[in-house]
Design a protein around this ligand. Sequence first.
Ligand SMILES: *Cc1c(COP(=O)(O)O)cnc(C)c1O
Length: 391
Amino acid sequence: MTDPHWKVRSRIIHNRRHKDVFGSPGSPTYSTTTYRFDRTASLLDVIEGREPGYLYTRWGTNPTIQELEQGLALLENAEAALAFGSGMAAISSTILAHGRKGVVCIGDLYGGTQELLVNHCQLLGIPVSFLAQDRLDQLDATLTTPGMLVFCETPANPTLALVDLADMAHRSHDRGALLMVDNTFATPINQQPLTLGADLVVHSATKYLGGHSDLTAGALMASAELVATVAPWRKNLGQLLAPETATLLSRSLKTLPLRVQQHNQNALAVASAMEDHPAVRRVLYPGLPSFPQHTLVKRQMKGFGGMVTIELDGGREAAATVADNLRLFLLATSLGGVESLVSQPCATSHHGISQQERERQGITDGMLRLSVGLEDPADLIDDLNQALAAL
Ligand SMILES: *Cc1c(COP(=O)(O)O)cnc(C)c1O
């Protein structure tokens, strides 16, 4: 019901699959698990594919969930999308559907993804290997058989290191592999991996897509063909999200372009202010000219995102002191909500891995990861300054 010539911002606001009989501008929530038929013959028409229709919600046939999926596909400029009960559900089903010949991970991954690959996929006999960014010359040798899956996150957590997606897509396809990208940190507003050549995009919709720290969901966007292969895995592993959550997420998507624009602006303001602070050794933010991969950032990203990592001189203690003294930034894990959050990677997301491995990934004890929210940036900078003054 939207005009394909409209811009994404207009289309996501008017994203609907069905006209509401009462004229409501939004859509009702179909909180149903099943659908009744008048006659057995018409039920068979749907089951046997002669007529469109809905049968059972866990299979993904639910108008509320399908409307959400239409919006998710629209945002990533994808042919199709699937909604999931969590980011990990989207990642696990996609890997099981497309990564059974082997998964090659580039750079650093979200802790949950790493656990899934190391603890569970290897147990199932799926070959998994990890290639650090400075060993990409070994990619060809690692992609030993056609049909493997290359997986990366960009920007990655918490160093915000980038992977060159156009180059990675090219090199994966040369070896008969698919490229899967976790686009959670960037959001489809700032970066569109499919447009750069990637085959599969996944999101933890729990973060920016949901945007209010009040729902858990995930998404996969890809061609209709690649999505169709994942759908039976989602169905039989029971990874669908509830229709109520789908409604909440559809509502969030309408403000995603607006929110991300403001996250970008606030994060740049915070990053610039922190770069001038004497107690801060280093600021990692893709939007700063000092960012190590700033040229690639400009080629690959349309906006720089809401995540800022700062490194303090005083190590673990100093980082904890600042985190404990912040008032507007809440001390909490997760990211992407309207409220600003702070976390110390060595005490949260990367607590479970050895100091040596953290150092290899460039994660130091003095690092603080900021998820810059939508408060007034002047208040956020004041809050950081007063917490830094406690050192
Ligand atoms: C949070 C997160 C996930 C996992 O998502 P859940 O919704 O918690 O399952 C995956 N990837 C990244 C980059 C994340 O930040």
